[in-house]
Design a protein around this ligand. Structure first.
Ligand code: ARG
Length: 571
């Protein structure tokens, strides 16, 4: 990675902390490929003119072996600008061709285990929009960490426990029709749940009956256990259908909240003994958060039932003790920000993890709304996700019919799935996750803009050239001719791919990869549209095929990091 190479070279000659980053990307690409503002800082510290400091540093740098870079330039008040020269660009190209997957972390961390939790649907309820976002962002982060050489443990923490199951069990017993539910589980169960709440407005006493059913469930009542197990199974079969439609969504462990049922009591006891928890009203147990402005929270209800936060506290303990991770990432809706702050706070006070050894991170994301009003259905936040995905595939199919009517029908369908589903995933992943997303079909399935379809189309065009050429040359030597501007534009992006992946991992933001891929595709298309490839003279032809090869490999790899988007060979 050139960026970190330059940074550590600077740290070395200036005797600075090697763990910091002294190199950035110049805002204006005409200023070169990399830039360092270090002279500005040192100049200020030493009370010297930063420009003079920059000149001095550049001289020192050039005395070390900076092979592959043009003469350093000092710009503005004292920026040192680095620009790859022709030799450097070709070295990057050859390096990639020789070992396209050499982008592992230069110094792997001592503990490279990361737990990544995402998706987390609630049993017996349809997936919410936030579940889709969590699933897609979480799968991307898992893919990115894996690519960088981390050992990733992917967990789906399903919502399969809590008083709502008592209510549901009560409703099934009262009004449920099992064969109806078997046919259409999520819809029927949701109806029953809604009916329960409607009835409860007139007959508040059934709230208590629902809670009692949950208590029975917790206490091991056979009938309730069997009902609960059945609800979980049929719901998960339904959720799995959506995962299958999305494609490439995988977990190492599906551990519901119910898994922590028996693990809470000892923690509650410990918390009480250590004064972290205390007695609340009517025999409830509560937690306060001295030194913070978090509100008091219930840990155990007065009827003895456990609650959501208690299960999360037990989950921290289980994960740390079972896997000893360096980091646990929770990709969960921002509505749960306070919840996780409280979980992490209590877990720390209980000594369930050591903050210097384990980092707990709640990865939040913005809201998604729909330009097309008919898409957000029923109760606002609930999305008929399968319908959205199927519509995306249909729309993509129309594009494929138009672009390539001669493809065999089954290939058309396969491409439409890649483009349609990929389009939905990319719409989520191409934005900074902190900003809200407005989902509109013109952006999602679009061959021109920053979309999956654009990258997939670029990929397919480059692949068809490589296929026409036949074999790909592996190493290029003795290039007589000068590189064209279009060639340079593509080549200078090669070293930036791993840099984008590292940044995406560091900030838990996959959009750094999509931004990069869009830049690469634009540079590639500039090259493809202007520099003849198959008709070029022999030397140039090899080089240009090699450029096609690198671009396709990076686009394919990059898309696969983005929640496992596929790229078609033809479209
Ligand atoms: N199932 C919950 C929901 O849909 C999200 C769970 C988040 N993860 C956690 N460890 N609490 O609201």
């Amino acid at each position: 990675m050139l960026k970190s190479f330059l940074s550590s070279r600077l740290a070395e000659i200036l005797d600075l902390n090697p763990n910091h980053d002294y190199v950035e990307y110049p805002r204006d690409v005409s200023h070169g490929d990399y830039a360092s503002p270090i002279a500005l800082r040192l100049g200020k510290e030493q009370g010297r003119n930063p420009h003079d400091v920059a000149v001095e540093i550049a001289k020192k740098l050039e005395a070390t072996d900076l092979d592959g870079f043009a003469k350093l330039e000092i710009a503005g008040p004292g920026f040192i600008n680095f620009r790859l020269n022709q030799k450097g660009l070709l070295k990057e190209l050859n390096g990639f061709l020789a070992a396209p997957r050499h982008y592992r972390l230069p110094t792997p961390p001592k503990n490279n285990k990361i737990i990544c939790e995402y998706s987390d649907p609630n049993i017996a309820k349809p997936l919410g929009i936030h579940h889709l976002l969590a699933t897609v962002i979480g799968q991307s982060l898992a893919n990115i960490y894996t690519y960088l050489g981390y050992e990733v443990i992917k967990i789906n923490h399903i919502g399969d426990w809590g008083t709502q199951f008592g209510k549901l069990i009560y409703a099934i017993k009262q009004w449920g029709d099992r064969s109806q539910i078997d046919k259409n589980p999520i819809d029927e169960l949701l109806k029953l749940y809604v009916k329960f709440h409607e009835e409860a407005t007139n007959k508040p006493e059934i709230e208590d009956l629902g809670r009692t059913e949950f208590k029975h469930l917790e206490d091991g009542d056979t009938e309730n256990r069997a009902l609960w197990k059945w609800i979980v199974e049929i719901s998960m079969t339904d959720v799995q259908k959506t995962y299958d439609l999305l494609g490439g969504i995988t977990f190492d462990h599906v551990l519901g909240e119910s898994f922590y049922e028996k693990k809470m009591a000892p923690l509650i006891e410990q918390g009480l003994k250590e004064g972290i928890f205390e007695a609340g009203e009517g025999g409830a147990i509560i937690a306060n958060f001295p030194g913070t402005n978090y509100p008091t929270t219930i840990i155990k209800r007065s009827d003895g039932a456990t609650v959501y936060i208690t299960r999360d506290i037990a989950t921290v303990q289980y994960r740390v003790d079972t896997w000893h991770p360096a980091k646990i990432v929770y990709v969960v809706d921002v509505a749960q920000k306070l919840h996780f702050e409280q979980v992490f706070h209590i877990a720390k006070r209980l000594g369930l993890y050591t903050p210097t050894e384990v980092e707990l991170e709640h990865v939040i994301f913005g809201r998604m709304s729909f330009a097309d009003k008919k898409m957000s259905t029923r109760k606002g936040n609930i999305l008929l996700l399968d319908d959205v995905l199927l519509e995306a595939i249909d729309r993509a199919q129309a594009v494929v019919e138009d672009k390539n009517p001669d493809l065999p029908a089954d290939e058309k369908r396969a491409v439409a799935e890649m483009v349609g589903v990929g389009g939905v995933k990319y719409a989520i992943l191409s934005q900074n996750r902190m900003t809200n997303i407005i989902f509109s079909w013109d952006k999602v399935i679009n061959l021109q803009g920053n979309s999956a379809a654009y990258l997939q189309y670029t990929y397919a065009r480059a692949r068809s050239i490589i296929n026409e050429f036949g074999t790909t040359p592996l190493t290029l030597t003795g290039l007589a001719e000068d590189l064209t501007e279009n060639e340079k534009e593509v080549l200078r992006l090669i070293p930036k791919f791993p840099e984008a992946v590292v940044l995406a991992a560091k900030e838990s933001k996959p959009h750094f990869i999509s931004e990069y891929l869009f830049d690469l595709a634009q540079a590639f298309n500039g090259f493809y549209n202007n520099d003849p490839i198959l008709k070029a003279p022999k030397d140039k032809k090899d080089l240009r095929i090699a450029i096609c090869d690198v671009a396709t490999q990076i686009i394919k790899q990059g898309l696969s990091l983005l929640a496992t988007i596929d790229a078609p060979e033809r479209m």
